[in-house]
Design a protein around this ligand. Sequence first.
Ligand code: GAP
Length: 524
Amino acid sequence: MADKEYTDPERMEKIVSLCKRRGFIYQSAELYGGLNGCWDYGPLGVEVKRNLKEYWWRRNVQEREDIVGLDGSILTHQSVLTASGHVGGFSDPMCDCLLSKARLRADQIEPQSGTAYHYTGARESEWSVARDFAVLLREGENENRARKTARQYYAQFHPNKSLSPKALELVGESTTEEEDTTRYNPENGSLLTEAREFNLMFKTQMGASSSEEDPNAVAYLRPETAQSIFTQFKNVLDTSRMKVPFGIAQIGKAFRNEINPRNFTFRSREFEQMEIEYFCRPEDGLRLTDEWLENRLTFYNDIGLPREKLHVLDVPDGERAHYSKKTYDIEFDFPFGCQELEGVAYRTDYDLSKHQEHSGRPIEYFDEATKEKFIPHVVEPSAGCDRTVLALLCEAFEEEEVTDAKGKSEVRTVMRLHPRMAPIKAAIFPLLKKNEEQVRISREIQHSLERFMNVFYDQTGAVGRRYRRQDEVGTPFCITVDFETLGEENPDLKDTVTLRHRDSMEQERIAISDLLPRLLDEIQ
Ligand code: GAP
């Protein structure tokens, strides 16, 4: 069984570096020092993301008669989010480090044990300050570290900012033994503020004359795509004539003012979700939740995330969202640990009932067959697009030792992305850029393929180096037009090219006319 605690920071660093170097993902506003928790997808990253979204849409909307799509607005009416419970309750517990002012998620602090050194204040000549402060020392740490930290804390209140903290005399030192406490910053041992709730939604004002006091001008950037599906449920039902069970799917941006964005794109403040709200009869909710779980695991397998790296967490009572009667988290073995990729939740009739209650408008469904009126229940597979892209990149990254044509061994960096997800499906090379005929045929192949897939033409450098450049960005196929293509050495090989496979590095000879069907077969 895989070790769910296993982490590999070095591997993660290499992936982040490759993402920047080759144009997958950049820090947003890097030019100005970076916008924390926001990311920009570069020329290759945007292709992977589009491949993922298009494949998800095809599998869940185009290829299913029981699911239709929606593209709702990001700006959301505050009544929608009041009804859903987000205005009142979409928050995380937050606390601040009294010394460094770092903001931490209170529920993510590792419990620690040790001796806490408490102080009631400090003084220096005529000056004094009376404030409680404490520092946690782990076993074996010297008590002078606690005193040094406490002096640094009290020095911030001294009017002379250039005064050395060493000049301060600490007041009222006492100690307590602490076990599994989360009241101290694991980074520096400083006491934290009491945890308080921090609403994660981004609030904004709408309209030119909007003032902060005008409640009608308040809107939110949606924290999940789901709510517009619920609020448009009746319209979709009336206009598309769907019958329960049926689903509404949506891909789009969501925004959360995360306290600690971290692990590259994993926890961002702006991210994309791929969500389905699948409406059903109440008695089918639990069964459909299990069916959707299996469906989603198959999906991940089909895009190149192996089953053994996916874990299903049956979220226990008390840890599920307030609306959920059953939730499975699908987790993936990232290099920074096993973490959530998607939630499959049985949301019951919670959301539709709340919107019916708050809007005062009926949202019930009338079942023609049974002549019953009821509020449908809903099963929600909710996937993170950015997290899935990150999982794909992490899974694909490999450094392998290979021997080059001259017998020298070297490290080949290869992104083993599934051909469906690869940003460039095929690279096309003339063997010699000076050979006009090879260039002409290569360009012809490029133009014949580019209507169907993203391809790349490259004529610079030795062919071996061109292969390596493509390996590093995950291009599954390289097509080389050479002298044999021209039929100069063997007329039987005229109009054939070499097709080189990224993973095995094997090459085969293939007729130019067979390229398109062959590649389509591999990438669809
Ligand atoms: N509509 C249900 C919902 O939003 P969630 O578990 O909060 O449930 C669903 O989010 C998915 O959205 C997560 O499994 C994750 O993939 C993605 N997600 C949530 N917060 C995220 C964040 N801060 N950054 C990136 N992806 C996030």
